[in-house]
Design a protein around this ligand. Structure first.
Ligand SMILES: Cc1ncc(C[n+]2csc(CCOP(=O)(O)OP(=O)(O)O)c2C)c(N)n1
Ligand code: SF4
Length: 283
């Protein structure tokens, strides 16, 4: 399908005359992630009615409200449980669970692990801004060690989760990371993730200048985009670097790419098998 223009995005995919103005701060990366999601769905040629966007709560969760797909703005940490139910009820739907790092890794962490383990055919989109944005800047499990937050004024003592490693370890089919600075690559990853069977996870690194940046070393949102530009590098190049040279570099790209059938497929195949008439007249 042909590339879509900004104007077409507004008129075809956004609830522009109902839900705007939006709540996001100027410079927030969340809108860029939403743009890549819309363009990916458009390029895959998926009809809007076949898409369900399920979101938790947070600035990231708010994104579901703005798009003209089937949408559910659910409870904090439960996007994947709703998404699982929707996918099982109608496996033909493309179900996308949209979550912040607090939503996905903290309150919803267990759901993430088990959705990946179960390999349910949902695309999980984790918008990682290293902080709880909407509620005023508390630390999340993705807050880097040593950084300053509203709840850790002297520095975060816990080590942060690596979302990619977590999803890999739990058994996801497809795991990738991108950033809102590297928009084209993020869009490519997102398109692949939506097209894959089973559970796929995309981590999008997206700056929150308001709650994270200003308490740390970033004076403006532009500084945060420069940080993404200088820190991220392709996972292939990263893997070639000796360990001592990796420092704070952030590997981006595709980390896992399998195509095991999704849970819903296996489940319905088992059900069909069970219901098959036997020689003696069926069960
Ligand atoms: C069960 C429950 N606990 C806590 C909250 C309060 N709450 C709303 S949004 C949020 C944090 C959002 O952070 P994150 O998921 O990282 O998303 P962001 O706002 O940074 O995009 C919290 C704790 C809630 N709404 N529901
Ligand atoms: S608080 Fe942070 S995450 Fe929320 S809209 Fe503002 S910049 Fe974005």
């Amino acid at each position: 399908m042909s590339k879509i223009t900004g104007n077409e995005i507004i008129h075809q995919y956004l609830r522009h005359n109902k839900k705007f103005p939006h709540v996001l701060c100027a410079g927030c990366g969340h809108g860029i992630v939403l743009g890549t999601l819309i363009r990916s769905i458009h390029s895959l040629g998926i009809p809007k009615d076949d898409v369900v966007v399920v979101a938790g709560i947070g600035c990231s969760g708010r994104l579901a409200v703005y798009v003209d797909f089937n949408t559910v703005h659910t409870t904090h940490g439960r996007a994947l449980t709703f998404a699982t139910g929707i996918k099982m009820a109608n496996p033909k739907l493309n179900v996308i669970a949209l979550m912040g790092d607090g939503d996905a890794l903290s309150i919803g962490g267990n759901h993430l692990i088990h959705a990946a383990r179960r390999n349910i055919g949902v695309t999980a989109l984790v918008l990682n801004n290293n902080i709880y944005g909407m509620t005023g800047g508390q630390s999340s499990p993705a807050t880097p060690e040593g950084s300053v937050t509203m709840t850790n004024p002297y520095g975060q003592l816990d080590r942060s989760f690596d979302t990619v490693e977590l999803a890999k370890g739990a058994g996801a089919n497809y795991v990738a990371r991108g950033t809102v600075f590297h928009v084209n690559r993020l869009e490519k990853i997102m398109t692949e993730a939506i097209g894959r069977p089973g559970f796929s996870l995309v981590e999008a690194i997206t700056p929150c200048h308001t709650q994270f940046g200003r308490k740390n070393k970033y004076k403006s949102s532009v500084d945060m985009y420069k940080w993404l530009k200088s820190t991220a590098m392709s996972v292939d190049r990263y893997n070639e670097l000796p360990e001592e040279k990796r420092g704070d570099r952030l590997p981006i790209g595709v980390f896992v790419d399998r195509d095991r059938p999704g849970f819903e497929e296996v489940y319905y195949a088992m059900q069909a098998d069970f219901l098959k008439p036997t020689v003696k007249g069926g069960k």
